[in-house]
Design a protein around this ligand. Structure first.
Ligand code: NAD
Length: 511
């Protein structure tokens, strides 16, 4: 039974194609589980190739014939701002849905509607302020950039903070004038279903927004391989990213990949101890540890190592694990039994690789559901699997280091390179260590707080391409260069008599 006031959620989550909510073509569905009991509480339409074909042809028609890509930036921005208003109005309802469906603690789910709304307002502002280059060569040529939306965008998203992640792709794709097909994660399809009504009420033209629920291997795969979808924006695991990368290559698709992480927090002895402690605890245990930028490896300088491990373990033992709906809960149920199995398997592995100093078990007062204690491993060697592999749960590895060089080497000794956190009161060290770390983003003396204008993305196994600010708009656009000759065109005259006497400039003027 659904606890929400919103009508469609009591029956089924459907596929939305061309502005119409429909069942999947073959009628297939899958069960959505509620993470505190793992009981199915709703069924969701399961899309496959036939549904993707229908959605792509609707989106293609809307792109080629509809008003959306041709609107003035101000007109699109007005609709994006209406989407933002609709999203912000969801407020407590969205928090309740995210919390119930994905197991996010309710207090941490509360900001999600505002954050998602902010993404739409931000890109609405950007498109009206956007400037593209024009370049003049006096008396010879004028050149300018003709920015055009790329076409039908395939957006594939994960289950952690799902609605927010979806907004992060939908906002720039729509702002750019693309039409879209959203394929949300199958563990958490419920909040994604709200988009259909939001888009309709905000006045998004028919066919611009389409959503196909279903499994990655069927619905996601069909979207990635569809020849009429020229770009894929994907957020998810590295392994899935590799599969999608090779499938996109066959059709030379534009791609953006936001993948996993194993981000280091490097804590030097001269850092503000209490701030580093608070922030590294929050960095790994907020959102149930199911966050891509989690500071899941803490590297601590030897002189403060023992004190840090003891203090960290003491605090971790006091973290409140409980039902997602309880405002006192700090860690709630992990999203799905499959993911719970993965996290608890890593804890088992960790017990053989390092020293367990907190957690490591199911809390006694929570006999069912996907609950696990805040877990801390100390003295973790860099060769350990729990040091190297993304666990994506409330599990942290702590490792000592002696020199700046060793800290940098440990920080970089993994396949991933998404985020890093550096804690020190030395200005020079803060910058030098940050510059030497192979990661897309570094926070100095802070956990993850973002300015939407900055680049977001990882290096190495954490992703391809950076989004954020104008970079996101560039990804969803073609920037066509138009070159106009102002005077006489200057051409080497092939086939004309006296070729050897012609000027040999190939292709005319250059700056
Ligand atoms: P996942 O890779 O299992 O699934 C992500 C999405 O891809 C889902 O919608 C899934 O259905 C789809 N998918 C799966 N196989 C596919 C295929 N063959 N073709 C097309 N689509 C396919 O990831 P997840 O478990 O949902 O999410 C957790 C992962 O996401 C973690 O690794 C986390 O670090 C990462 N993540 C990264 C960021 C970031 O910004 N870098 C943000 C959030 C999450």
């Amino acid at each position: 039974m659904s606890p929400f006031r919103l009508p469609p959620l009591t029956r089924a989550v459907l596929v939305d194609i061309d502005g119409v909510l429909v069942d999947s073509v073959d009628g297939a569905t899958f069960d959505v589980l509620e993470p505190t009991t793992n009981r199915a509480y709703i069924t969701c339409s399961s899309g496959s190739r036939a549904d993707v074909d229908l959605a792509v042809s609707a989106a293609k028609r809307a792109f080629e014939e509809g008003p959306w890509p041709r609107m003035l930036p101000r007109q699109r921005a007005t609709i994006l701002n209406r989407i933002a208003d609709e999203v912000a109005a969801l407020n407590e309802d969205l928090a309740a849905i995210e919390s119930f469906d994905s197991g996010l603690p309710i207090r941490q789910a509360k900001g999600q509607a505002n954050r998602a709304a902010e993404n739409f307002r931000f890109f609405a502002d950007l498109i009206v302020a956007q400037v593209d280059g024009a370049f003049r060569m006096p008396d010879r040529q004028v050149n300018y950039v003709n920015r055009k939306p790329l076409g039908v965008a395939g957006l594939i998203t994960p289950w952690n903070t799902p609605f927010m992640q979806e907004s992060w792709k939908l906002a720039p794709a729509l702002a750019s004038g693309c039409t879209v097909i959203l394929k949300p994660a199958e563990f958490t399809p419920v909040s994604a279903h709200l988009w259909a009504g939001i888009m309709e009420r905000a006045g998004v033209p028919q066919g611009v927004f389409n959503i196909i629920h279903g499994f990655g291997e069927s619905a996601g795969d069909a979207l990635v391989k569809h020849p009429d979808v020229p770009l894929i924006s994907f957020t998810g695991e590295l392994g899935t990213g590799k599969v999608i990368y090779s499938n996109c290559a066959r059709n030379m698709k534009h791609m953006s990949m936001e993948l996993g992480g194993k981000s280091p927090a490097v804590v030097f002895a001269d850092a503000d101890f209490e701030s580093a402690l608070d922030s590294t605890l929050f960095g790994v245990y907020s959102l149930n540890g199911e966050r891509c930028t989690a500071s899941s490896r803490i590297l601590v300088e030897r002189p403060i190592y023992d004190r840090f491990v003891v203090a960290y373990a003491e605090r971790a033992k006091k973290i409140v694990v409980g039902p997602p709906s309880d405002p006192k809960t700090e860690i709630a149920a992990l999203v799905h039994p499959e993911h719970y199995r993965k996290v608890t398997e890593y804890i088992k592995i960790g017990k053989g690789e390092a020293r367990l100093v907190a957690g490591g078990e199911r809390p006694e007062h929570l006999p069912e559901g996907n609950y696990v204690q805040a877990t801390v491993f100390a003295d973790v060697p860099p060769t350990a699997r729990i040091f190297q592999e993304e666990i994506f749960g409330p599990v942290v590895s702590i490792t000592p280091f002696d020199t700046d060089e060793e800290a940098i080497a440990l920080a970089n000794d993994v396949e991933y390179g998404l985020a890093a956190y550096v804690w020190t009161n030395s200005i020079a060290r803060a910058h030098n260590v940050s510059h030497a770390i192979d990661s897309g983003m570094v926070w100095i003396n802070s956990h993850n707080v973002r300015d939407l204008r900055t680049p977001f993305g990882g290096v190495k196994g954490s992703g391809l391409g950076h989004e954020g600010g104008y970079r996101s708009l560039d990804f969803y656009s073609v920037q066509q260069s138009i070159h106009v000759t102002l005077g006489d065109v200057h051409t080497t005259r092939f086939g004309a008599t006296g070729y050897a006497d012609n000027d040999l400039g190939l292709g005319g003027p250059s700056a």
